[in-house]
Ligand binder design. Structure first.
Ligand SMILES: Cc1ncc(COP(=O)(O)O)c(C=O)c1O
Ligand SMILES: N[C@@H](CCOP(=O)(O)O)C(=O)O
Length: 462
């Protein structure tokens, strides 16, 4: 299988090169040149299998010759061995037709661990073979950064630089990034919001001298391997609810659109997903875009679901590529317009294509808090604020199809917001009990690309 850019002009690459490259050299995002389908019989055969077996069956067709079957099975086994639940992604029933997919049993308590633990293993295997060293840069609103640091800390072929918005992540998220002691970990607090951090990362990729000089790699959902790993839990959840014989819908708390785009890939592969529901907080650009056809940025306001405080939603570009009939030139044009004017109008045809698969809703701050309170009272389940955004949106829909809402983080990552909503302060798991006793280490930077590049060059020269 080959991978091509959403903007149509970057070289096509195999899986390994795509994974190590990150952003395409024309500024686009990589996607497979075709999406392999699974037959209903192949999907039915996944029922009752372990998460690791489902992961192998779903991801194998995308990997090509990069790893042998044996090597890939071992990589998957190592990736999920540290998860705190035997099912990896257990389903909990909230009411007759509404289920919660708990994606927070990994090492850093967020859904990012599903992909990042796998990518850590894939990078190690690929770099051990080539002997190369890479510099990973990542932008985070809190969870990608902690998951990346956990996956790459101490690895000898990798330096990892994580940019997070200063003062806009939870204390737990910040400490997960600033307390690791390994020399290859660099937490950078940037003056700005997540979009500032993500723009700096993309600017570094688009500066080819710098990119090639430091051998830049990316672990945001820019990286196709991140999206691929997340396709798996759509399959595991749907087959346990009766797919392929029974269709399922998913509601996904959404910011950078990586998680829900993984659901889109699952649907394209043949999983009977009726609707993928985009759930946003008050930073609702995606909800507005789907309702009106206008993708218009208007600044981010901080919320109690900070990981979703995003305007420029990176993977929406991948959805647009499909909606525009895989026309890279059309995508490049709207992305250029976004950069120069802060918005663009989605064509009528593309909007209709998006609406065939996606629905959307938003939750205000009060509605988010209320969903935490109500869900706990009705079921005993404590939701993180992001998952609560999803539950609020899902509850507002009329659907005869079973609805699965993704629970994207553990409530203990956001104890202040949860305590304010329901009066109970969720505790961190015992293995993290000393998180607040450890010294923190980070570097504060302004939004200055040159200063950031100098810092990275100096640090990796040490
Ligand atoms: C806890 C949590 N929920 C939801 C999201 C949104 O996911 P995505 O950016 O893939 O849309 C994020 C950030 O990615 C997150 O950290
Ligand atoms: N919410 C994310 C933002 C980055 O998203 P990514 O999926 O592109 O890495 C975070 O927690 O950092």
């Amino acid at each position: 299988m080959q991978y091509l850019s959403t903007r149509g002009t970057a070289p096509q690459l195999d899986f390994e090169a795509t994974m190590l490259t990150g952003l395409a050299r024309d500024g686009g995002l990589y996607l497979p040149d075709h999406i392999p389908a699974m037959t209903p019989a192949q999907i039915a055969a996944l029922a009752g299998q372990s998460y690791e077996e489902i992961a192998f069956a779903v991801m194998r067709p995308f990997i090509g010759e990069t790893f042998s079957d044996d090597a890939f099975r071992q990589i998957i086994a190592r990736a999920y061995a540290g998860f705190g639940h035997p099912a990896r992604a257990p389903l909990v029933q909230l009411d007759a037709n509404h289920f919660l997919l708990e994606l927070f049993h990994g090492p850093t308590l967020a859904f990012k661990d599903f992909a990042m633990q796998l990518i850590g293993q894939l990078f190690q295997a690929a770099l051990a073979r080539s002997g190369d060293r890479v510099t990973i840069v990542g932008a985070t609103s809190g969870d990608t950064g902690s998951a990346a640091i956990e996956a790459f800390r101490g690895l000898k072929n990798v330096d990892v630089f994580i940019l997070y918005p200063h003062g806009r992540v939870s204390d737990v998220q910040r400490r997960q990034m600033t307390t690791p002691v390994e020399d290859n970990v660099h937490a950078l607090a940037i003056d700005g919001d997540f979009d500032t951090c993500q723009a700096l990362v993309k600017d570094m990729f688009n500066d080819f001298d710098f990119r090639d000089g430091v051998r830049l790699a990316g672990v945001n959902s820019i990286n196709w391997a991140r999206v691929l790993a997340q396709v798996v839990y759509y399959f595991s959840a749907a087959v346990s609810l009766g797919a392929p014989h029974r269709p399922v819908s998913f509601t996904v708390p959404t910011g950078n659109f990586g998680d829900i785009f993984a659901g889109f890939i699952a649907r394209e592969m043949g999983l009977p997903i009726e609707k993928l529901v985009i759930a946003t907080n008050q930073n609702d650009i995606l909800h507005r875009a789907l309702e009106t056809g206008a993708y218009t940025t208007k600044g981010v306001s901080p919320t109690i679901s900070p990981s979703m405080d995003i305007q420029v939603s990176s993977n929406f570009e991948r959805a647009l590529f499909h909606a525009y009939g895989r026309d890279g030139q059309a995508v490049a044009q709207v992305m250029a317009e976004l950069k120069s004017t802060g918005g663009f109008k989605i064509s009528q045809g593309a909007l209709e294509a998006l609406r065939e698969t996606f629905a959307s809703g938003r939750a205000s701050e009060a509605q988010t808090a209320d969903a935490i309170t109500r869900t706990y009272a009705a079921t005993g389940e404590i939701l993180c604020p992001h998952s609560a955004v999803g539950v609020h949106v899902a509850e507002g829909l009329q659907s005869a199809t079973p609805m699965v809402t993704l629970a994207t983080a553990h409530p203990a990552k956001f104890p202040d917001a949860v305590a304010a909503a329901m009066g109970i302060r969720p505790a961190l798991p015992a293995r993290m009990a000393d998180l607040f006793d450890k010294p923190e280490r980070m570097t504060r930077l302004t939004n200055d690309l040159g200063a950031l590049q100098t810092l990275i060059r100096e640090r990796i020269a040490l």
